[in-house]
Design a protein around this ligand. Structure first.
Ligand code: ADP
Ligand code: ZN
Length: 215
């Protein structure tokens, strides 16, 4: 199993890029830690109930909760699959746990894609972000509007603004990214795995840039 880690600030477009890349490629699988957690919160699992408060404030949920979720999922995939890992790892402890998980299943990190987007753009993107609570599709009121306002193109559900997309929480999430997640650039840089990609522009353009650096 090959793992491609998508690294970038909240709102940098990791999920949007992943959705585009996986759409035309059955051997590529998108695994989003945020989607896994939001699903657990919705289903009121014990992990979801524990995670909810952290997510609302923009903090990271405890490593053991998310590492277990992602680890279980990866362990159940076929050896031939390539995984686009979005939102995990988010700190160096999680990165170390991922190494252990992969050693156990013969998986390997083949690239770390670093999506670069300036903070001002991030704030604007998140302010207009809408998402589908049913299928997880992402939209933006001006940059990527659905065909019918407020309705998911893919499944027809009513779009929502995520609870953690308010300005105060976004500030926290950006700070957490800078302090805890950004150091992963150096962590994986030391293994020569990091590919920097300009995250500005239309989703299709950014996805194309990412496709070009994939192994
Ligand atoms: P974004 O990348 O836009 O911040 P995500 O959907 O990836 O959004 O994550 C939303 C929230 O879920 C995070 O703010 C955090 O609370 C939690 N979360 C997601 N992934 C992790 C992780 N690997 N470790 C800890 N918390 C996580
Ligand atoms: Zn939908």
């Amino acid at each position: 199993m090959k793992i491609v880690i998508l690294l970038g600030a909240p709102g940098s477009g990791k999920g949007t890029v992943a959705a585009r890349l996986t759409a035309g490629d059955a051997a590529l699988r998108h695994v989003s830690s945020g989607d896994l957690l939001r699903d657990a919160v919705r289903r009121r699992t014990s992990a979801g109930v524990e995670a909810e408060g952290y997510m609302k404030s923009g903090a990271l949920v405890p490593d053991k909760i998310i590492a277990q979720m992602v680890g279980d999922l990866i362990a159940g995939l076929d050896a031939g699959e390539t995984v686009l890992l979005d939102g995990f790892p988010r700190n160096t402890d999680q990165a170390a746990t991922l190494d252990v998980t992969l050693a156990g299943c013969g998986g390997e990190i083949s690239a770390v894609v670093q999506l670069e987007v300036p903070d001002e753009v991030i704030v604007e993107r998140i302010a207009g972000r809408r998402s589908c609570p049913k299928c997880g599709a992402g939209y933006h009121v001006s940059f990527l509007p659905p065909k019918q306002e407020g309705v998911c193109d893919a499944c027809g559900a009513e779009l929502v603004t995520r609870k953690d997309d308010n300005p105060e929480t976004v500030k926290n999430r950006l700070a957490v990214y800078r302090e805890q997640t950004f150091p992963l650039v150096a962590f994986y840089g030391a293994r020569d795995l990091v590919r920097k990609v300009d995250g500005l522009g239309y989703p299709d353009e950014v996805a194309e840039r990412v496709r070009k650096v994939l192994p």
